[in-house]
Design a protein around this ligand. Structure first.
Ligand code: A2P
Length: 272
């Protein structure tokens, strides 16, 4: 799977995950989502990140199919919607909607009703071959510790909101200690961080766009990065992040933007 356009990181279970993935949060099921997935695959992405809660798995499956890229070359993630009861029954439905036999990664979307109750079901989905790797999303250090204490199969990723403005250093450090890959969602701050003066100044100086600077910061921090766009030119632009390097000084400038004070929490405010 490791191509110049799609470098990978190793997962603790022996598999690999492409560093760049297309996020499809808030993309409605339908042509917009099908096109975004197809354009991303045409642009060299080999990783699509969806969720049961997004309601667009069918379009992700269709985009995958229409792209003509072989299924085994694409890393597909979906997330267990934790307001449902059973991770196994839920992923069976996801597989039907996606039109695949297995997802590459299945993660608990957020720790609703506590961090541990769904994990045995996630392990069962893994054992049955419905999910090649399993992990979590929006879990703090404390919640991760609780899962690891009861797990037979440990989570291999934690997907959290991450950018220079939400750096969560203590959480990332814990992930490193336990061999957990950190996935960054909303790496552009859902668009808000693109107008920041420091980001713009660096972008101008290095001849890149603000989006590319924010995404490159994630790459140089060994994060998996999941930008969302439904515009073809932006999808292409967001993939052009492996042919330049930010200097240590520019990385430090970006590090200075953190507003979380290096938190070990996954969210400052919870929606669950
Ligand atoms: P759109 O989908 O209309 O292209 P995040 O990945 O942090 O969630 O940010 C997604 C938001 O940023 C979306 O509103 C998306 O708009 C916008 N966006 C994504 N890539 C770019 C880009 N390269 N330039 C400008 N805006 C972008």
């Amino acid at each position: 799977m490791d191509t110049p356009a799609a470098p990978t990181l190793p997962l603790a279970d022996g598999h690999t995950i492409p560093v760049l993935g297309l996020g499809v949060w808030q993309v409605p099921n339908g042509p917009e989502c099908v096109d975004a997935v197809r354009w991303a695959l045409e642009a060299g992405y080999r990783h699509i990140d969806t969720a049961q809660a997004y309601g667009n798995e069918a379009s992700v499956g269709r985009g995958l199919d229409e792209s003509g890229v072989p299924r085994e070359d694409v890393f597909v993630t979906t997330k267990f919607y934790p307001r449902s009861k059973d991770p196994v029954a839920a992923v069976e439905e996801s597989l039907k909607r996606l039109g695949v036999d297995q997802v590459d990664l299945y993660i608990i979307h957020w720790p609703q009703r506590g961090p541990t109750w769904a994990w045995p079901g996630m392990e069962r989905a893994h054992e049955l071959g419905y999910a090649r790797s399993i992990g979590v999303s929006n879990f703090s250090v404390e919640e991760l510790d609780e899962v690891r204490a009861i797990a037979d199969v440990a989570p291999v990723v934690n997907q959290v909101q991450l950018s220079p403005f939400e750096h969560r250093r203590a959480l990332i450090e814990t992930h490193r200690r336990h061999g957990i890959v950190t996935e960054a969602y909303s790496p552009l701050g859902t668009g808000r961080h693109l107008d920041d003066a420091t980001v713009g100044e660096i972008a101008g100086r290095v001849g890149r766009t603000p989006a590319q600077v924010l995404l490159r910061w994630c790459v140089q921090n060994d994060l998996v990065v999941l930008p969302k766009s439904t515009h073809r030119e932006r999808i292409v632009e967001n993939a052009q992040i492996f042919d330049f390097t930010l200097s240590d000084d520019d990385m430090a400038l970006l590090d200075g933007l953190d507003r979380t004070r290096g938190t070990d929490r996954a969210r400052e405010s919870k929606w669950w």
